[in-house]
Design a protein around this ligand. Structure first.
Ligand code: CP
Ligand code: NVA
Length: 325
C-alpha cells in the first residue's frame, strides 16, 4: 500500500456505501472514499498488467452521453467496461433525441431502464445533476464546464505512482483558474491533504464558491490552498506542476482574447526552474504546445502526461467497479 490507509477490514463497508452512488464532483466524497477508489485502481491496474481477467461488471452496460468531443474519456471508459466484462454504448447528443430537445429527465428515466450506469460529458454542471436526480442508476461526470473529476482521479493515481504519496505534497496549477480541471484539482488535492496553489490572471480566478468550500475542507486535512495571480509564487518548491488549455471546449470564440490574457502564464523551463528539482508535470491533454506549455516541458523528462492518460483507464475502472458493482 502506497499510503497510510489500509482497507483490508473496511473494503466491504466502503463498497456498500458507494454502490449506486453517482460521481459528479470530488467534493461529494470523503477523503477515505477517494483513497479507497485509488486503492482499487492500483489493484485493477495490477490485474490488467498481469493479464488476469477481472470481470467484476459481467453483463453490465454503461451508457455514455457525449455533448462535447473526446478521445481519452470515450476510449478509456469503453475499454474499461470491456475489461470489466461489461459493455459501453456511445451516445452522441447529435444522434440521440436529447440533441433534438428531449428533456434530460425523460432521457435519464428511459436510459435507466436499459443500462446499469450512465456517463455524461456536457456543458452545464446542472445538466449532470439533473440527469443524476432523475436516473435510477449511477451517473458519472465525464466533464462539465465546472468539473472533471474522473481526470483528477487519474491525476492522483499518477502522482501516487511517481511520488509514492499524496499527503503533504505541493501541487501548483498555472493558467485558467475558472476551469473544470482547476476546480477538480482543488477539490481533489484538499481531500488527500495536498497543498495547492493556483495562479491565474485577473478575471480567470477559480469559481468563488468552490474556492471557499475547498478552503474550508483544507482546514480539516491541514493543507494550504493559495489562489494568486503570481505564477512564480505558485510554482515555488512545487512537487507537481499542472496546467490546462487556455481555451476550453465551448469557449472557442474567446480564443484571441485568452491568448493575450494568459501571456506570462506559460509553463516553461524558466518557470519550472523554481519547482522542486524532481517535480513532475501533468496535463490532462489535449495540449497546445507553445501556448500553455512549451514542448521541452511536456515532452521532457519531468512530464508524466502519458502515464496520466493511461491512468484514466485504471482510475475509471475502479469507479465503475465500486459504483456499478
Ligand atoms: N483529458 C480528457 O478528458 O481528454 P478527452 O477530451 O480526449 O476525453
Ligand atoms: N479544460 C479542458 C479539458 C479538456 C479535457 C476543456 O474543457 O476543454
Amino acid at each position: 500500500m502506497s499510503h497510510a490507509l489500509s482497507f483490508k477490514n473496511t473494503a466491504h463497508l466502503l463498497d456498500a456505501k458507494l454502490q449506486g452512488k453517482s460521481f459528479l464532483s470530488l467534493s461529494e466524497f470523503q477523503s477515505e472514499e477517494l483513497f479507497y477508489l485509488l486503492d482499487v485502481a492500483v489493484e485493477l491496474k495490477k490485474l490488467q498488467k498481469q493479464g488476469k481477467p477481472h470481470p467484476y461488471l459481467s453483463g453490465k452496460v454503461l451508457g455514455m452521453i457525449f455533448e462535447k468531443s473526446s478521445t481519452r474519456t470515450r476510449v478509456s471508459f469503453e475499454v474499461g467496461m470491456l475489461q470489466l466484462g461489461g459493455h459501453a454504448i456511445f451516445l452522441s447528443s447529435k444522434d440521440i433525441q436529447l440533441g433534438r430537445g428531449e428533456s434530460i429527465s425523460d432521457t435519464a428515466k428511459v436510459l435507466s431502464r436499459y443500462v446499469d450506469g450512465l456517463m455524461i460529458r456536457t456543458f452545464a454542471h446542472d445538466s449532470v445533476k439533473e440527469l443524476a436526480e432523475n436516473a435510477t442508476v449511477p451517473v458519472i461526470n465525464g466533464l462539465t464546464d465546472l468539473h472533471h473529476p474522473t481526470q483528477v482521479m487519474a491525476d492522483l493515481l499518477t502522482i501516487l505512482e511517481h511520488k509514492g504519496k499524496l499527503t503533504g505534497l505541493k501541487m501548483c496549477y498555472i493558467g485558467d483558474g475558472n476551469n473544470n480541471m482547476a476546480h477538480s484539482l482543488m477539490e481533489g488535492a484538499v481531500k488527500v491533504g495536498m497543498h495547492i496553489s493556483v495562479a491565474s490572471p485577473k478575471g480567470y480566478e477559480p469559481n468563488g464558491e468552490i474556492t471557499a468550500a475547498v478552503k474550508e475542507e483544507a482546514g480539516k486535512t491541514g493543507c494550504v490552498v493559495e489562489v494568486t495571480d503570481d505564477p512564480w509564487k505558485a510554482v515555488e518548491q512545487a512537487d507537481v506542476v499542472v496546467t490546462d488549455v487556455w481555451t476550453s471546449m465551448g469557449q472557442e470564440e474567446e480564443t484571441l482574447k485568452r491568448l493575450e490574457a494568459f501571456q506570462g502564464y506559460q509553463v516553461n523551463e524558466k518557470l519550472c526552474s523554481k519547482a522542486k528539482s524532481d517535480y513532475i508535470f501533468l496535463h490532462c491533454l489535449p495540449a497546445h504546445r507553445g501556448e500553455e506549455v512549451t514542448a521541452d516541458i511536456i515532452d521532457g523528462p519531468h512530464s508524466v502526461v502519458f502515464d496520466e492518460a493511461e491512468n484514466r483507464l485504471h482510475a475509471q475502472k475502479a469507479i465503475l467497479k465500486v459504483l456499478m458493482g
